[in-house]
Design a protein around this ligand. Structure first.
Ligand code: ADP
Ligand code: MG
Length: 374
């Protein structure tokens, strides 16, 4: 019998403004897909070879792209699929502490290299009392005050990380809590490489599934209320979007590293899943001006993207130069060290969006961090 994996999926149909449900089938033998329309009870997509889907992306909670439709995998379609693909999937909180926020690219590279994926991310700054709430289990420890003081001393990046045994894998990637011990016992670990001591130790990882659920709820609440707010400052800034194709190609860490290495300050960072209506609105100024407008919209809503506020005087101009010409082919000829030359594929999948006109920097940053972040 041929292997077949089944999922119940949802797709937001922007034309009808409806959530549509499909069964999605994936056949690993020839990497083909098939879709069945649940409401109308008929085949929607006949079995077709499709190389852009990979078995490791197929688990509930993830999103996959099938012929430019962004499908949310909401349930396993049968017990076989659940057992085979879902049994070890976990979610955990990975918190990057203030000592290494400028090394977030390196930390993401570690995460991706372990087959984990980042499904949510937000830079925030905790108040003393928020940090104390977060670490309430350590309230009676002698280091509590120092810990809370440190974690609220600067920006942190909270991430939801997902994958097989994510809870223990991420703690393993961090290594022992004391960075000096980490250097002795786990020299490849993040704390060994980037940590300073027992307090400035790179990150936090939930220590159980229950703690993960609680800690994810703290940063990414599912109910009304937004959790700790983002760090956007809305002045002397420009907007950079790491596009969905670059995220799914695993380039996020490399792009963030390049941005930091070039000396730019990332003053806000958050992942968004942009729907079509918002992508159209965001790119409105390009409508009728740039022939790729429709493809740009489709790319921006094809999966999660990461939005950055880049801060500094003259940033709109200097950061644009650093991104390079919109066409990566041209960029590779004329400006080979720019982001688009290094990470872009074509004019639409060109790795990053950045604000065109200096006066639009604040507006574009506001669009994401004020309007879409709610
Ligand atoms: P982990 O972060 O590995 O889960 P713990 O839960 O034991 O470690 O402690 C939480 C945090 O408190 C640590 O990451 C570290 O920042 C701080 N911490 C723990 N033990 C000490 C200590 N003896 N001295 C100073 N800080 C400590
Ligand atoms: Mg702990």
């Amino acid at each position: 019998m041929e292997d077949r994996f089944a999922f119940l999926t949802e797709w937001y149909d922007p034309t009808a403004a409806l959530l549509r449900r499909y069964q999605l089938f994936y056949y690993p033998k020839d990497s083909s897909v098939e879709m069945f329309d649940v409401k109308n009870q008929r085949i929607f997509l006949r079995r077709t070879k499709y190389d852009d889907i990979h078995q490791e992306d197929l688990f509930v909670g993830n999103r996959v792209n099938v012929f430019s439709r962004q499908l949310n995998l909401i349930e396993y379609g049968d017990q076989y699929t659940a057992n085979k693909l879902g049994s070890k999937k976990e979610r955990t909180l990975a918190l990057i502490k203030p000592d290494v926020v400028t090394k977030i690219g390196d930390v993401l590279e570690l995460i991706y290299s372990s087959n984990l994926i980042v499904t949510k991310a937000k830079m925030t700054k905790l108040t003393w009392s928020q940090a104390a709430d977060f670490y309430v289990e350590h309230q009676s420890k002698p280091f509590f005050n120092n810990l809370v003081q440190f974690v609220s001393s600067g920006p942190v990046v909270a991430m939801e990380v997902m994958g097989d045994e994510a809870v223990s894998l991420w703690r393993g990637l961090l290594g022992p809590a004391d960075s000096a011990v980490a250097r002795r016992e786990a020299p490849q670990s993040a704390r060994a490489q980037f940590g300073t001591d027992g307090i400035k130790n790179v990150g936090h990882g939930s220590d159980s599934l229950a703690a993960a659920a609680r800690e994810l709820e703290f940063f990414f609440p599912s109910t009304i209320g937004h959790g700790p707010s983002n760090t956007a400052i809305y002045s002397d800034c420009t907007c950079c979007i790491i596009k969905p194709h670059a995220m799914s190609e695993g380039l996020t860490g490399k792009i963030l590293n390049s941005i930091s290495a070039a000396g730019f300050e990332i003053s806000a960072l958050e992942m968004f899943s942009v729907d079509r209506a918002n992508a159209e609105e965001f790119y409105e100024v390009y409508k009728g001006v740039v022939s790729e407008y429709t493809s740009m919209v489709t790319e921006l809503c094809s999966g999660p993207c990461m939005v950055l506020e880049i801060h500094g005087t003259d940033t709109p101009q200097t950061f644009r130069d650093f991104c390079g010409p919109a066409d990566p082919e041209i960029a590779r000829h004329l400006r080979p060290t720019t982001l688009r030359a290094l990470y872009g594929k074509d004019r639409v999948k060109n790795a990053v969006h950045c604000t065109d006109l200096p006066e639009d920097g604040v507006l574009e940053v506001q669009y994401f961090f004020k309007i879409l972040d709610g």
